[in-house]
Design a protein around this ligand. Structure first.
Ligand SMILES: Cc1cc2nc3c(=O)[nH]c(=O)nc-3n(C[C@H](O)[C@H](O)[C@H](O)COP(=O)(O)OP(=O)(O)OC[C@H]3O[C@@H](n4cnc5c(N)ncnc54)[C@H](O)[C@@H]3O)c2cc1C
Length: 283
């Protein structure tokens, strides 16, 4: 095994469902057997060539048909720059609509991932073009100061959101920089989401936020889902799934390097990374 194969085995094996669609289906079936819904993502982002974009769109269409045929409980989650946003917004919009139309026929829910801050306006516009027909959701990031106003506007459209802390970085003027400040804003946004939304996903591994959400839901009684990433705290996810709606975001594909890099970066320090990699796979 050379160093690339070793790295792929170590990282892709931990944080991803595998490199091909059948790996992804098998992994989703395993999650389903634990009462967990898979959120399936085909890896790829910042695509600038038409051929790469078409390949990604075709893969999502195929994935939707597989989910339907194998009767899997799974959503899909797509990245706008994978659908051609780096080429043009109209290209991304046409591809997003094509995927959503296919997904509606198969009753598969479609999430829009949120990427770096320069894509937020166009991602919200893509989402707004489909929100009225239901079956679609959008990710919102607590590290950006604008998000509070964005989620208030999206609530009025009847949106379904997935609240995350954010995997990207920003400037002090536009965002919260420290983990503490981001977490504080996450708690603030979560309160607004409970007040203004009927259905949403709290996507974090921060146990304090998860416990707070479950506690608040005793009062609000919303359609609440807790979501985590594949390979992080998944034994806790399986425990939570015994009494709550739980999803796990599970990417697959060959483009695993940038995704692994983000997971490594947010793990913060080597000890945490090693602990996460060496921990026995719970699910
Ligand atoms: C379902 C889902 C979908 C997401 N979609 C998006 C998206 O579309 N756009 C986007 O910007 N971000 C997305 N994210 C990523 C998110 O923004 C955060 O980067 C990520 O979830 C880590 O933040 P946290 O909320 O877990 O809190 P943190 O404060 O970072 O972590 C809380 C605790 O979780 C554990 N932990 C967190 N990360 C790791 C890790 N990599 N390895 C080991 N332990 C770890 C640690 O114990 C840590 O103390 C998504 C996350 C989830 C769960």
């Amino acid at each position: 095994m050379d160093i690339n194969d070793f790295a792929e085995h170590l990282f892709a094996g931990r944080w991803m469902a595998g490199t091909n669609i059948l790996d992804a289906i098998k992994n989703a079936q395993r999650l389903n057997s634990l009462g967990i819904t898979a959120i399936m993502n085909y890896l790829g982002e910042e695509l600038t060539k038409e051929a790469q974009v078409s390949k990604a769109v075709d893969m999502y269409i195929k994935l939707i048909r597989y989910i339907k045929n194998y009767k899997i409980k799974a959503d899909i989650s797509v990245k706008p720059t994978q659908l051609g946003l780096s080429i043009s917004e109209s290209e991304a919009s046409a591809n997003y609509s094509k995927i959503v139309a296919e997904a509606r026929l198969a009753s598969v829910f479609v999430w829009l991932d949120m990427e770096s801050e320069n894509t937020v306006d166009s991602t919200i516009r893509l989402y707004a073009s489909e929100v009225q027909n239901s079956g679609v959701g959008i990710c919102m990031q607590a590290y950006l100061k604008r998000t509070e106003s964005d989620i208030q506007k999206l609530a009025k459209l009847g949106a379904i959101i997935r609240l995350v802390k954010g995997a990207y970085s920003t400037s002090k003027s536009k965002g919260f920089i420290t983990r503490e400040a981001i977490t504080k804003n996450y708690a603030n946004l979560m309160r607004i989401v409970f007040e203004q939304y009927t259905e949403f996903t709290i996507a974090t591994h921060d146990m304090e936020m998860i416990h707070n959400a479950l506690k608040m839901n005793e009062t609000y009684k919303r359609k609440l889902t807790i979501a985590m990433l594949q390979g992080i705290r998944n034994r806790t996810a399986a425990e939570l799934a015994k009494k709550n709606k739980v999803s796990i975001y599970t990417p697959f594909g060959e483009q695993w390097v940038s995704y692994s890099y983000r997971r490594l970066k947010e793990a913060g320090h080597l000890k945490l990374v090693l602990k996460s990699l060496l921990e026995k796979q719970g699910v």
